[in-house]
Design a protein around this ligand. Sequence first.
Ligand code: ASP
Length: 618
Amino acid sequence: MCGELRIEQDGQEIVLMGWVNRRRDHGNLIFLDVRDRSGLTQVVLDKEVSGEAHAKAEAARSEYVVAVKGKVRRRGAGLENPNMPTGAIEVVASELLLLNEAKTPPFSPADDAIANEEVRLKYRYLDLRRTEMQHNFALRSRVAMAIRNYLVEQGFLEIETPFMTRSTPEGARDYLVPSRVHAGSFYALPQSPQIFKQILMISGFDKYFQIARCFRDEDLRADRQPEFTQIDLEMSFPQQEKVFRVVEGFLTAAFKTASISLTTPFVQMTYDDAIKNYGIDKPDMRLPPMVSLTDELTAELRETLKIEKELPVLGFVIPKAGGLSGTQKRGLVEEIRATFGDCGLDFLDVARLKTNEAFAPLASAIESKLKSVDPTLRGETAKDGAPNTSAAASAGLADDLVIVVTPKIGTPAKWNFDPQWIYKRVGALRLQLAAKFADKHGRFAKTGTEADFKFLWVTDFPMYEWDEETKVWNAAHHPFTSPHEEDIKSGKLTSDKGAVRALAYDIVLNGTELGSGSIRIHRQDVQAEIFRSLGMSDAEAKERFGFFLDALEYGTPPHGGIALGLDRIVMILAGATSLREVIAFPKTAKAIDLMVDAPTPVSDQQMRELHLKTVTRG
Ligand code: ASP
């Protein structure tokens, strides 16, 4: 291969095939860099060695496909290229074949960065020739293989489930496939193999997995694809801890392919704690959590500072982002106030409190509480990273940005029925400032080690989510998720839906949800009750999921599982910033495949056969 030749091959006769990456014509000497997916080799066409080969090289252009026969030789002194793995050698060609020509490409696959993504997607075959893309797909293949091998070793069976099926319950819109044979009927493409994998448990395949394609017709936010790949698995008789160990195992195997060793088990946190400490159900733990300052703000202090009596006061620190000028600070406070709008939350200036004798003790109590949550803020060495060398660390938080948020008098305790809204708003501010000051705190910078990856399990999600628009309770995960046994027994399913906890869990990495799963309902009566509690009539449940309710009655084992996004895992491992960098033929944000130009209208004939007619709605 073109990227494999080293000084050890000096003197060997070799044959290389590949593409002309670049061509440099020095008259009697022509240099061709020949590329394949392993890399590049410099080939020298010397008129003296072979006039015929040299003449062909004169005709060769970028992206021509060539075959070269020749001899490896050490490059002349001073001509080595230490930046190229093959930079110590070159190949002196005795023969050259031009296997195929190429039109001048719209961009050169030899370039590192191509600004226009639409052009990249239209000429995807050229884009995929680029070294970076070749690496991404080699990595993707290794990751998928490592996961397969691990799961098979653990006794899992890979079983395929249908693409043409009925609507599945992940809560997005379905892609539909019209039936030719059954006029007016449609298959749905699966949003996930959910129902099939549960049925496989009923069928006795107690450990199933599939690297499965899923289809969801969603309004595409930046980082979504209408079809994507999940590592989907299901087990019979598991505690959720068992599912966690399996996932940690295959992720360890996957990360190993990128030379990163993970420490397991991962941190575990309940949903309620995640909201309390991070204001979000997918905490990014690379930065210190929020801290409750509710105790520090006594009733008396609240009264003088005009702070609402009961509501939480929260603070957090962005390390090393302090030391702002007066103007910068005013700008920041304005930005924070604009973020909060008129919701009642406000910025409390701790630095200012310090300068006032009456409030100085409060300021130092706040600072010491904030410092208590992150070892680096106390000037200690973090378990995984560099020590905080700043002299300010031991003195106070002078070097760090301290944000404290207080509710003004009259701030509502609930917002859109959500009693946790203050935690969520402050958590969002924490992320906003973390992104803004990324250069200063440096916690998002890649070190190429395990420290870059903060995994955690979030457990005990709420079972239901209130939809204010439609005024109904929806399943927060999906309707096959089992509630906690106690919450069923205590009658909360009917009396207090908002308080029902689900046996549902997410795996989170650096603030991104990598996957979610749950222990399922395995009893038909409970499943029917859950459908009812979601506002689905028995008739409707029977119509949509009748086959599944039937199946549940024939001896269903307790079971549970999870699905993780393969695309996202590879994206993170490749250090890519978009899923499109790790999906060979992705779609744009408007769900278009620019290369094949899909979707398109189809012929009248096809429409007739499918019993379809397009109607333009006014
Ligand atoms: N089917 C779920 C999803 O795709 C995952 C699971 O519950 O296993 O999100």
